[in-house]
Design a protein around this ligand. Structure first.
Ligand SMILES: Cc1cc2nc3c(=O)[nH]c(=O)nc-3n(C[C@H](O)[C@H](O)[C@H](O)COP(=O)(O)OP(=O)(O)OC[C@H]3O[C@@H](n4cnc5c(N)ncnc54)[C@H](O)[C@@H]3O)c2cc1C
Length: 360
């Protein structure tokens, strides 16, 4: 029997899709010594490039079950990967902490219960008379913003992360094909991935990381995987009110479900990830900025500098994400309708463990 190392060195793994999930799998598997090929016709036009990069792990309130396990594992893995990836880009980092805010009394009671029950020093209720809350209430022209802070959570810039992974993968000489895969087939013990240009790429294993389109490549009568498109939208807003200094606010926070990142004194990004649609609607500004009973004047007068969106895949009838060993040598890792950036390390580790046990 061949040694594990020999199997690893010989095995060629094709990863279909090069969003954060495909690229992170390529990182994990390259570090283990596999030969990796990533295939994607449009690596810059995916939902990973649209992501705001919030890592909301430790403040997740349901602290049991698969979703929590994946979050917990990712929170532990992120610092190690950041240290590793900083060799390829010293600017890559996680900006902490992350703040979750609400103006709803019931919701705040749930936050309080969560913090009191968990006795976790990294999670705290933000005192009402604190400078943070005072600044938020003054800036948003309200009185009832309350919230919690998680010192273990934060934000990574998604574009910087993807670029750093590209540098790493190039350095590791990972093959990259700018092609669309239209069919995968098993022939004896090998997998053949056929591109739209009829090129055939042979491999020992295939990992499907191509989001919504993954179901087009499998025999779905046997697997019955249903993925629905979920739109996520974000925009950058310029404000003209000299009285308001957006840099006095926390570096990243969520308020009544909207993610906010102040970029400069008069520029902020707002994003939301909860719409069932594939086309952004005309009233994006209204939808993203109506998160308080009364919109502050500076926000009403704000001007959209940029807007963008991404389509994620949401599993229907089963929890997100879908991570399954479909058959010998074929793994699916998709359905990240939320939190794909956060969960990439834990999910790639799961894939690597499946591959190790398949090859042993
Ligand atoms: C506005 C917005 C904000 C977000 N904010 C956050 C956040 O703050 N934190 C967080 O953790 N997550 C966030 N997300 C979610 C996150 O972006 C997704 O969960 C994640 O990007 C999913 O990654 P993915 O690799 O599965 O898919 P994608 O990034 O969509 O990549 C799939 C890739 O597959 C390729 N592909 C498709 N079909 C084929 C084929 N046949 N052959 C070859 N390649 C193919 C596509 O071209 C694409 O590049 C946000 C998303 C959006 C849209």
């Amino acid at each position: 029997m061949k040694s594990l190392k020999e199997n690893f060195q010989k095995a060629h793994i094709v990863i279909i899709g090069s969003g954060i999930i495909g690229k992170f799998n390529a990182l994990e598997l390259s570090e283990l010594g596999f030969q990796v090929t990533i295939i994607d016709p449009a690596q810059f036009q995916n939902s990973s490039n649209a992501a705001l990069g919030l890592l909301m792990g430790n403040m997740y309130q349901k602290r049991r079950g698969r979703s929590w396990d994946l979050r917990k594992q990712s929170i532990e893995l992120w610092p190690k990967w950041i240290t590793f990836l900083q060799k390829f880009n010293c600017e890559l980092d996680i900006e902490k902490p992350l703040i979750q805010l609400t103006t709803n009394e019931e919701k705040f009671k749930k936050f309080e219960k969560f913090i009191n029950e968990n006795n976790d020093l990294n999670l705290q209720i933000i005192k009402n008379d604190s400078k943070i809350i005072k600044n938020l209430n003054t800036t948003f022209q309200t009185k009832n913003i309350k919230g919690i802070v998680s010192h273990k959570d934060g934000r990574i810039d998604a574009k910087t992360l993807l670029k750093t992974l590209d540098t790493y993968l190039k350095n590791k000489k990972v093959n990259f094909l700018k092609e669309e895969i239209i069919e995968i087939k098993k022939s004896k013990s090998q997998w053949i991935s056929r591109t739209r240009n009829n090129e055939k790429i042979k491999s020992d294993m295939v990992i499907l990381c191509n989001s919504l389109k993954a179901v087009n490549l499998i025999d779905n009568l046997s697997y019955n995987i249903v993925l629905k498109p979920v739109l996520g939208q974000a925009m950058e807003i310029n404000i003209s009110d000299a009285e308001v200094d957006l840099l006095s606010l926390p570096k990243q926070f969520n308020i009544n479900g909207k993610n906010i990142i102040p970029k400069s004194k008069n520029k902020l990004i707002i994003g939301s990830t909860d719409e069932y649609s594939t086309k952004p609607e005309e009233n994006t500004f209204e939808k993203l900025t109506n998160f308080l009973d009364k919109k502050p004047n500076w926000l009403t007068k704000g001007k959209i500098a940029k807007k963008w969106f991404g389509i994620r895949s949401r599993p229907d009838g089963e929890p997100s994400p879908i991570m399954k060993n479909l058959e010998n040598g074929l793994i699916i890792c998709t359905g990240f309708y939320k939190n794909g950036i956060l969960l990439a390390p834990a999910c790639s580790k799961w894939v690597a463990n499946e591959i190790k046990s398949y090859l042993c």
